[in-house]
Design a protein around this ligand. Structure first.
Ligand code: HEM
Length: 363
């Protein structure tokens, strides 16, 4: 014979129930406190990384990205030739056209920094696929990154923090960081051997991190990508080295004469190539596939243009592309989200913010 159900009310004492509820609340509060880093001030959290970007930028720049703050939006499309489909089933590699929203920028948290404050330039892209998926990528003009792990990246940010007395990083601290982190060698050597391009239009942009491409038959390979310009490379001129703002004006001038083009080059890893380490390049003889042409047509201001409210999180990927186990990718995704949350909140709380900034007042 089935047992009668045990009555719930009255079977557990009231203080015991309150204690159980209290325990659940305490566990949840502890979880939040741990995630926020309050329980372990020495633990590296995403907020601490983003706070360090902010501190390096000096005064606050509300509404702007916490890194790569100086930039402009671009619009265009990607014409796929179909050749990328041998590596990935992503719809973007089928023959045809995909609309693209992008953003050129330079690293650093100050939207008024001189263009010469860094040798690195960046191009971020959002491909809007016909099936509703998106492919977002943030690329730099160097084929390797300086560091391998988020912890090293944080240490690098601390070492490069401008000295309040000079406004520049302390060379002793930087030297000590590089000496303690020999993984930075390939990046330093590359920057030393390559003058920055004279224009945003004539430089290559590299995805740097490896991703996993899966084709229609289910084969998965590690791939890196780069956008290689049709416009021939020319090094930065002496006049440009002395100028504060020339990159955006130069780009707009070139676009006035017609669209600018880059080829999307996919590079396939061989067994044994480092997949999860963005400080190491793969050998030159790896298979390269030209998957099509990126065509950029016009720019808009980053203060009220199409890219303003985009988070170019590199882990937003279409079916057929997945992140690799590179530890920088998860750190990037988390940091871009915190930066995005802060800047969009600032805009929401102060709608007049970008109206004044679009007029040039973003000091
Ligand atoms: C392979 C390494 C990396 C590359 C190629 C890269 C590239 C980029 C690019 C292109 C942007 C500008 C995006 C835009 O125009 O909206 C950007 C922004 C940013 N990056 Fe990175 N980055 C790398 C690593 C990191 C790491 C390790 C962190 C921190 C953990 C980081 C933090 C940020 C933040 C906070 C922003 C601003 C995001 C926003 O507000 O939208 N990046 N990065």
């Amino acid at each position: 014979m089935p047992k009668p159900p045990v009555p719930l009310s009255g079977s557990v004492c009231v203080p015991c129930r309150l204690a159980a509820i209290g325990a659940v609340v305490a566990v949840l509060a502890g979880g939040f406190a741990y995630t926020a880093g309050w329980l372990s001030p020495a633990r590296l959290t995403t907020s601490r990384i983003v706070n360090t970007f902010q501190a390096a930028a000096g005064q606050p720049h509300p509404g702007y990205r916490r890194n790569h703050a100086k930039g402009l939006c671009v619009e265009g499309h990607f014409d796929s030739n179909g050749d990328g489909a041998v590596l990935s089933s992503a719809a973007v590699f089928a023959p045809g056209r995909t609309p693209v929203t992008g953003r050129f920028a330079i690293p650093g948290g100050n939207p008024s920094a001189p263009d010469t404050s860094t040798p690195v330039r960046s191009l971020a892209l959002l491909f809007q696929l016909p099936n509703g998926e998106q492919w977002r990528t943030g690329m730099n003009s160097t084929p390797v990154f300086a560091v391998h792990t988020p912890e090293q990246f944080y240490q690098q940010l601390l070492a490069a923090k401008p000295d309040p007395a000079t406004g520049k990083p302390d060379p002793v601290k930087l030297k000590a960081f590089y000496a303690a982190n020999p993984e930075t060698q390939p990046f330093q050597a590359w920057v030393k051997g390559h003058s920055p391009s004279s224009s945003l239009a004539n430089g290559a942009y590299y995805g740097i991190n490896a991703f996993l491409f899966t084709d229609r038959a289910g084969n998965t390979r590690a791939v890196r990508w780069a956008m290689v310009p049709d416009t021939p490379y020319a090094p930065i001129t002496d006049a440009q080295k002395a100028a504060r703002n020339y990159l955006a004006a130069d780009l707009n001038q070139r676009l006035d004469s017609g669209p600018l083009r880059w080829h999307l080059i996919l590079t396939v890893a061989q067994p044994g190539d480092p997949i999860g380490d963005a400080t190491l390049q793969w050998p030159d003889d790896r298979q390269h596939i030209d998957a099509g042409t990126l065509v950029l047509e016009h720019t808009t201001s980053q203060e009220d243009g199409t890219c303003r409210d985009v988070n170019f999180d590199p882990t937003v990927l279409p079916s057929g592309i997945k992140p690799s186990d590179d530890p920088l990718l998860a750190a990037r995704s988390a940091a871009y989200a915190v930066s995005y949350q802060r800047r969009t909140r600032e805009e929401a709380l102060n709608p007049a913010l970008h109206r004044t900034q679009a007029n040039g007042d973003h000091s």
